[in-house]
Design a protein around this ligand. Structure first.
Ligand code: AQP
Length: 336
């Protein structure tokens, strides 16, 4: 019965680069707590990753590592559905159908398309342009109630909602209307060398990245050379506008230790950045240590990982195929 149905939630990350501190403190960190309350689907968005050229061997490696890291971060495969997007062919199929219900003008307005086109001027492919239709398919196949998204993906969820309205308007209640869910504490982590830009998995020009599996010595080095600001007061104070580098470090430190900005300001009062930056590095090292150990242990057990992604794909496909069957029927495809 409808009122007994556990609310459904879904999210994915592209294996387009090694997961970063941004991937963790943004979405991933908050996923495990959702498992208790929601029926959660978490996937490796490999279909999306190829909108930018990938080295095939690296993509395969990262997809598996990402799965191991999801589990190490607390996503228990017994309690949620973990799968690889390309294993569930309904994503690509519904993506095509929804392309026919997404308007050129809408797709042209997507800021991610504009950003990625600027960054990949030699490869502005159709996939980059129609990415939001595939993302709408990812979402709508599972009829979720909520989609946890970063601020920068909100526009894509809005587009998915437009598609639902358009499609349901023609064919009746085929898709559930998904609500974007922006976790309040889901911090947006900026590059350590350019606090105006998001810390990204795959921006090769960005040297301000910390990945989930970086060695403690690398993490410490990255934080020691993090950009702060050039003002003379050199005090640890949260001022996103005028001290974005310091604000970013405070956000990271706060997420890693649970301390409030007030507490952090007091802790480093009168101490300058020389003490603060290594303290942030140490907090991150300690936060990541158990995840790294667990991810390495899981990664060594390939048979276990294969079992997880096979079972996940089967479970996901069961739901996805139901939605796709309904869609095919509604649009008028003759059953085989
Ligand atoms: N630095 C970040 N801080 C907070 N949240 C972040 N996310 C990504 N980077 C940060 C959030 O992670 C979710 C999934 O990301 P994605 O891989 O699907 O897409 P993305 O936003 O394009 O991530 P990247 O790291 O920038 O990948 P590349 O370099 O390949 O483009 C999203 O909800 C995102 O907000």
């Amino acid at each position: 019965m409808e009122n007994e149905r556990k609310k459904v939630m879904l999210s994915g990350i592209k294996p387009s680069g090694d997961l970063t501190l941004g991937s963790y403190l943004g979405p991933l960190h908050h996923w495990p707590e959702m498992i208790e309350e929601y029926d959660c689907y978490y996937f490796m968005a490999d279909l999306h990753a190829i909108t930018v050229r990938q080295n095939p061997a690296d993509l395969r490696r990262r997809t598996l590592e990402q799965l191991a890291q999801y589990i190490a971060c607390g996503l228990d495969p017994e309690k949620c559905t973990l799968f690889i997007q390309s294993h569930v062919h309904q994503h690509a199929e519904l993506g095509w159908v929804l392309n026919c219900y997404a308007m050129f003008g809408e797709l042209s307005r997507m800021t991610q398309f504009k950003d990625k086109s600027a960054k990949n001027a030699d490869n502005i492919n159709g996939g980059l342009f129609t990415y939001p239709s595939l993302m709408a398919a990812d979402i709508l196949l599972y009829q979720p109630d909520f989609v946890p998204v970063g601020e920068d993906q909100k526009q894509h969820v809005e587009l998915a909602r437009n598609i639902v309205q358009r499609f349901n308007g023609v064919y009746g209640e085929v898709f559930r209307m998904p609500e974007p869910y922006i976790p309040k504490v889901g911090a947006r982590i900026m590059s350590l060398t350019n606090p105006a830009a998001k810390m990204s998995k795959s921006d090769n020009g960005d040297t301000g990245r910390v990945t989930l599996m970086d060695d403690p010595s690398v993490i410490m080095k990255q934080f020691k050379r993090a950009i702060t600001d050039s003002d003379t007061e050199r005090c640890v104070r949260y001022d996103k506008e005028n001290k974005p580098g310091v604000a970013n470090l405070m956000t990271i430190y706060s997420s890693a230790t649970g301390k409030s900005f007030d507490e952090i300001e007091k802790e480093f009062d009168g101490q300058g950045y020389g003490k603060f930056k290594p303290a942030v590095g140490e907090a991150v090292v300690e936060m990541l240590r158990p995840i790294q150990e667990e991810a390495k242990r899981i990664m060594a057990d390939k048979a276990y990982l294969e079992g997880v992604y096979r079972a996940g794909a089967e479970k996901a496909e069961y739901i996805a195929s139901k939605t796709l069957r309904k869609v095919y029927k509604k649009v008028g495809f003759l059953p085989r």
